[in-house]
Design a protein around this ligand. Sequence first.
Ligand code: NAP
Length: 243
Amino acid sequence: MERSKIALVTGASRGIGKATAVRLAEDGFDVWLNYRSDHAAAKAVEAGILALGRRCRLLPFDVADAGACRRVLAPLLEEQRPYALINNAGFARDGLLAMMPEKDWRSVMDVHLQGFFNVTAAVLPKMLRGREGRIINMASTSGETGVGGQVNYSAAKAGLIGATRSLAVEIARRNILVNAVAPGFIDTEMLTNLPLDRIEPTIPMRRIGRPEEVASVVSFLCSPDAGYITGQVISVNGGIFTG
Ligand code: NAP
Protein backbone atom coordinates (compact mmCIF):
# COMPACT_ATOMS: atom_id res chain seq x y z
CA MET A 1 0.00 0.00 0.00
CA GLU A 2 1.30 3.48 -0.88
CA ARG A 3 2.27 5.62 2.15
CA SER A 4 0.17 8.70 2.83
CA LYS A 5 1.66 12.03 1.96
CA ILE A 6 2.88 14.15 4.86
CA ALA A 7 1.94 17.74 5.65
CA LEU A 8 4.14 19.72 8.05
CA VAL A 9 2.07 22.46 9.68
CA THR A 10 3.82 24.96 11.95
CA GLY A 11 1.97 26.61 14.83
CA ALA A 12 -0.74 23.95 14.80
CA SER A 13 -1.64 23.62 18.48
CA ARG A 14 -4.56 26.03 18.02
CA GLY A 15 -6.25 28.55 15.75
CA ILE A 16 -5.70 28.51 11.99
CA GLY A 17 -2.84 25.99 12.22
CA LYS A 18 -5.00 23.53 14.15
CA ALA A 19 -7.89 23.86 11.68
CA THR A 20 -5.43 23.38 8.81
CA ALA A 21 -3.82 20.29 10.35
CA VAL A 22 -7.23 18.69 10.92
CA ARG A 23 -8.47 19.61 7.44
CA LEU A 24 -5.34 18.17 5.78
CA ALA A 25 -5.76 14.99 7.86
CA GLU A 26 -9.36 14.79 6.59
CA ASP A 27 -7.91 15.14 3.09
CA GLY A 28 -5.73 12.07 3.73
CA PHE A 29 -2.42 13.61 4.83
CA ASP A 30 -0.38 12.35 7.76
CA VAL A 31 0.63 15.37 9.84
CA TRP A 32 3.88 16.61 11.33
CA LEU A 33 2.47 19.02 13.88
CA ASN A 34 4.72 21.80 15.11
CA TYR A 35 3.99 24.09 18.06
CA ARG A 36 6.11 25.93 20.57
CA SER A 37 4.79 25.55 24.12
CA ASP A 38 1.22 24.33 24.56
CA HIS A 39 1.77 20.58 24.77
CA ALA A 40 -1.72 19.75 26.10
CA ALA A 41 -3.39 21.60 23.23
CA ALA A 42 -1.11 19.89 20.69
CA LYS A 43 -1.93 16.46 22.19
CA ALA A 44 -5.64 17.21 21.77
CA VAL A 45 -5.13 18.09 18.09
CA GLU A 46 -3.08 14.90 17.69
CA ALA A 47 -5.96 12.86 19.17
CA GLY A 48 -8.36 14.35 16.61
CA ILE A 49 -6.01 13.48 13.76
CA LEU A 50 -5.49 9.91 14.99
CA ALA A 51 -9.29 9.54 15.25
CA LEU A 52 -9.43 10.34 11.54
CA GLY A 53 -7.17 7.34 10.92
CA ARG A 54 -4.09 9.41 10.00
CA ARG A 55 -0.65 9.47 11.60
CA CYS A 56 0.52 12.48 13.59
CA ARG A 57 3.97 13.40 14.93
CA LEU A 58 4.24 16.18 17.49
CA LEU A 59 7.24 18.41 16.82
CA PRO A 60 7.68 20.99 19.55
CA PHE A 61 10.21 23.66 18.61
CA ASP A 62 10.45 27.40 18.20
CA VAL A 63 10.49 28.09 14.44
CA ALA A 64 12.64 31.17 15.09
CA ASP A 65 15.38 29.00 16.60
CA ALA A 66 17.46 27.63 13.72
CA GLY A 67 19.29 25.10 15.91
CA ALA A 68 16.11 23.70 17.46
CA CYS A 69 14.49 23.46 14.06
CA ARG A 70 17.47 21.51 12.65
CA ARG A 71 17.69 19.21 15.67
CA VAL A 72 14.05 18.16 15.35
CA LEU A 73 13.68 18.04 11.57
CA ALA A 74 17.03 16.65 10.38
CA PRO A 75 16.56 13.07 11.73
CA LEU A 76 13.00 12.89 10.38
CA LEU A 77 14.08 14.16 6.98
CA GLU A 78 16.61 11.33 6.75
CA GLU A 79 13.66 8.94 6.49
CA GLN A 80 10.74 10.87 5.05
CA ARG A 81 9.85 14.16 3.42
CA PRO A 82 6.72 16.28 3.66
CA TYR A 83 4.75 16.83 0.46
CA ALA A 84 3.22 19.98 1.92
CA LEU A 85 4.75 22.61 4.21
CA ILE A 86 2.42 25.14 5.81
CA ASN A 87 4.40 28.01 7.37
CA ASN A 88 1.76 29.24 9.79
CA ALA A 89 3.38 29.80 13.22
CA GLY A 90 3.25 33.40 14.27
CA PHE A 91 2.09 36.15 16.55
CA ALA A 92 1.72 39.93 16.59
CA ARG A 93 3.24 42.48 18.98
CA ASP A 94 1.20 45.54 18.11
CA GLY A 95 2.14 49.09 19.01
CA LEU A 96 2.98 52.42 17.43
CA LEU A 97 6.42 52.41 15.84
CA ALA A 98 7.47 55.56 17.66
CA MET A 99 7.14 53.69 20.94
CA MET A 100 7.99 50.16 19.83
CA PRO A 101 10.64 48.36 21.86
CA GLU A 102 13.23 46.77 19.61
CA LYS A 103 12.37 43.33 21.01
CA ASP A 104 8.82 43.66 19.60
CA TRP A 105 10.21 44.51 16.17
CA ARG A 106 12.74 41.70 16.30
CA SER A 107 10.52 38.92 17.69
CA VAL A 108 7.88 39.50 15.00
CA MET A 109 10.53 39.44 12.25
CA ASP A 110 12.07 36.35 13.80
CA VAL A 111 8.91 34.27 14.02
CA HIS A 112 7.55 35.12 10.57
CA LEU A 113 10.63 35.63 8.39
CA GLN A 114 13.42 33.75 10.16
CA GLY A 115 10.86 31.03 10.97
CA PHE A 116 9.93 30.77 7.29
CA PHE A 117 13.62 30.50 6.38
CA ASN A 118 14.54 27.97 9.08
CA VAL A 119 11.76 25.50 8.31
CA THR A 120 11.65 25.95 4.54
CA ALA A 121 15.42 25.71 4.09
CA ALA A 122 15.43 22.50 6.14
CA VAL A 123 12.68 20.83 4.11
CA LEU A 124 13.39 22.17 0.63
CA PRO A 125 16.41 20.03 -0.39
CA LYS A 126 14.33 16.87 0.14
CA MET A 127 11.36 18.35 -1.72
CA LEU A 128 13.63 19.33 -4.61
CA ARG A 129 14.96 15.79 -4.82
CA GLY A 130 11.40 14.44 -4.80
CA ARG A 131 10.39 16.87 -7.55
CA GLU A 132 7.01 17.60 -6.03
CA GLY A 133 5.57 19.63 -3.20
CA ARG A 134 3.47 22.50 -2.00
CA ILE A 135 4.55 25.35 0.27
CA ILE A 136 1.86 27.61 1.71
CA ASN A 137 2.83 30.68 3.71
CA MET A 138 0.33 32.26 6.09
CA ALA A 139 0.46 35.98 5.29
CA SER A 140 -2.16 38.54 6.38
CA THR A 141 -4.24 41.44 5.12
CA SER A 142 -1.71 43.44 7.12
CA GLY A 143 0.99 42.43 4.62
CA GLU A 144 -1.15 43.60 1.70
CA THR A 145 -2.18 47.04 2.97
CA GLY A 146 -1.34 49.57 5.68
CA VAL A 147 -2.53 48.96 9.24
CA GLY A 148 -1.59 51.49 11.93
CA GLY A 149 -0.08 49.87 15.01
CA GLN A 150 1.27 46.93 13.02
CA VAL A 151 4.38 48.26 11.27
CA ASN A 152 6.40 45.27 12.48
CA TYR A 153 3.74 42.68 11.62
CA SER A 154 2.95 44.33 8.27
CA ALA A 155 6.62 44.40 7.32
CA ALA A 156 7.04 40.73 8.26
CA LYS A 157 3.93 39.61 6.35
CA ALA A 158 4.78 41.74 3.29
CA GLY A 159 8.25 40.17 3.43
CA LEU A 160 6.67 36.74 3.50
CA ILE A 161 4.62 37.61 0.41
CA GLY A 162 7.82 38.68 -1.38
CA ALA A 163 9.53 35.46 -0.35
CA THR A 164 6.51 33.47 -1.61
CA ARG A 165 6.64 35.05 -5.05
CA SER A 166 10.41 34.72 -5.47
CA LEU A 167 10.61 31.15 -4.19
CA ALA A 168 7.72 30.20 -6.50
CA VAL A 169 9.75 31.40 -9.49
CA GLU A 170 12.90 29.69 -8.22
CA ILE A 171 11.44 26.18 -7.89
CA ALA A 172 8.50 26.02 -10.31
CA ARG A 173 10.47 23.79 -12.69
CA ARG A 174 10.79 21.19 -9.94
CA ASN A 175 7.00 20.98 -9.63
CA ILE A 176 6.99 22.62 -6.20
CA LEU A 177 4.25 25.24 -5.95
CA VAL A 178 4.54 28.11 -3.49
CA ASN A 179 1.60 30.31 -2.53
CA ALA A 180 0.46 32.54 0.31
CA VAL A 181 -2.90 32.79 2.02
CA ALA A 182 -3.74 36.20 3.47
CA PRO A 183 -6.43 36.01 6.16
CA GLY A 184 -8.28 39.06 7.42
CA PHE A 185 -9.83 38.95 10.91
CA ILE A 186 -10.16 35.28 11.89
CA ASP A 187 -11.66 34.01 15.13
CA THR A 188 -8.60 32.82 17.08
CA GLU A 189 -6.77 33.77 20.27
CA MET A 190 -4.88 36.34 18.21
CA LEU A 191 -7.99 38.54 18.26
CA THR A 192 -8.31 38.47 22.07
CA ASN A 193 -8.37 42.08 23.31
CA LEU A 194 -9.53 43.51 19.96
CA PRO A 195 -12.84 45.45 19.98
CA LEU A 196 -14.73 43.08 17.66
CA ASP A 197 -18.01 45.00 18.08
CA ARG A 198 -16.29 47.96 16.42
CA ILE A 199 -14.38 45.89 13.86
CA GLU A 200 -17.24 43.78 12.47
CA PRO A 201 -19.22 46.70 10.98
CA THR A 202 -16.10 47.66 8.96
CA ILE A 203 -15.95 44.23 7.27
CA PRO A 204 -18.08 44.08 4.11
CA MET A 205 -19.37 40.63 5.13
CA ARG A 206 -20.10 42.05 8.63
CA ARG A 207 -18.44 39.15 10.46
CA ILE A 208 -15.03 37.80 11.29
CA GLY A 209 -13.94 34.58 9.60
CA ARG A 210 -13.60 31.06 10.98
CA PRO A 211 -10.25 29.20 11.03
CA GLU A 212 -11.89 26.47 8.90
CA GLU A 213 -12.53 29.07 6.18
CA VAL A 214 -8.77 29.59 5.92
CA ALA A 215 -7.98 25.88 6.23
CA SER A 216 -10.21 25.05 3.26
CA VAL A 217 -8.14 27.35 1.02
CA VAL A 218 -4.92 25.72 2.21
CA SER A 219 -6.53 22.35 1.50
CA PHE A 220 -7.30 23.44 -2.06
CA LEU A 221 -3.76 24.75 -2.59
CA CYS A 222 -2.40 21.36 -1.46
CA SER A 223 -4.73 19.44 -3.78
CA PRO A 224 -4.25 18.25 -7.36
CA ASP A 225 -6.90 20.81 -8.38
CA ALA A 226 -4.39 23.60 -7.66
CA GLY A 227 -1.72 22.07 -9.89
CA TYR A 228 -1.12 25.19 -12.02
CA ILE A 229 -1.21 27.85 -9.28
CA THR A 230 2.07 29.23 -7.97
CA GLY A 231 3.39 32.56 -6.69
CA GLN A 232 -0.10 33.78 -5.76
CA VAL A 233 -1.60 35.39 -2.69
CA ILE A 234 -5.14 34.27 -1.94
CA SER A 235 -6.99 36.60 0.42
CA VAL A 236 -9.59 35.19 2.82
CA ASN A 237 -10.92 38.35 4.40
CA GLY A 238 -14.68 38.87 3.99
CA GLY A 239 -13.97 41.70 1.56
CA ILE A 240 -12.03 43.98 3.93
CA PHE A 241 -9.24 44.40 1.37
CA THR A 242 -9.87 43.95 -2.35
CA GLY A 243 -6.68 45.28 -3.90
P1 NAP B 1 -2.97 31.63 17.41
O1 NAP B 1 -4.34 31.10 17.62
O2 NAP B 1 -2.36 32.54 18.40
O3 NAP B 1 -2.00 30.34 17.21
C1 NAP B 1 -0.64 30.52 16.99
C2 NAP B 1 0.04 29.17 16.88
O4 NAP B 1 1.41 29.41 16.55
C3 NAP B 1 0.03 28.37 18.16
O5 NAP B 1 -0.09 27.02 17.80
C4 NAP B 1 1.42 28.64 18.76
O6 NAP B 1 1.90 27.55 19.53
C5 NAP B 1 2.24 28.74 17.51
N1 NAP B 1 3.46 29.50 17.65
C6 NAP B 1 3.61 30.80 18.01
N2 NAP B 1 4.89 31.14 18.00
C7 NAP B 1 5.59 30.03 17.61
C8 NAP B 1 6.96 29.74 17.40
N3 NAP B 1 7.89 30.67 17.58
N4 NAP B 1 7.31 28.49 17.00
C9 NAP B 1 6.37 27.54 16.81
N5 NAP B 1 5.06 27.75 16.99
C10 NAP B 1 4.69 28.98 17.40
O7 NAP B 1 -2.83 32.38 16.03
P2 NAP B 1 -3.66 32.27 14.65
O8 NAP B 1 -4.62 33.38 14.62
O9 NAP B 1 -4.11 30.88 14.43
O10 NAP B 1 -2.50 32.65 13.63
C11 NAP B 1 -1.87 31.70 12.79
C12 NAP B 1 -1.18 32.45 11.66
O11 NAP B 1 -2.15 33.19 10.92
C13 NAP B 1 -0.14 33.46 12.13
O12 NAP B 1 0.96 33.47 11.24
C14 NAP B 1 -0.87 34.77 12.05
O13 NAP B 1 0.02 35.85 11.87
C15 NAP B 1 -1.75 34.53 10.83
N6 NAP B 1 -2.93 35.39 10.77
C16 NAP B 1 -3.91 35.35 11.71
C17 NAP B 1 -5.02 36.18 11.59
C18 NAP B 1 -6.16 36.18 12.60
O14 NAP B 1 -7.02 37.07 12.50
N7 NAP B 1 -6.25 35.24 13.51
C19 NAP B 1 -5.11 37.06 10.51
C20 NAP B 1 -4.09 37.07 9.56
C21 NAP B 1 -3.02 36.23 9.70
P3 NAP B 1 2.06 27.56 21.14
O15 NAP B 1 0.77 28.06 21.69
O16 NAP B 1 2.34 26.16 21.48
O17 NAP B 1 3.15 28.52 21.44
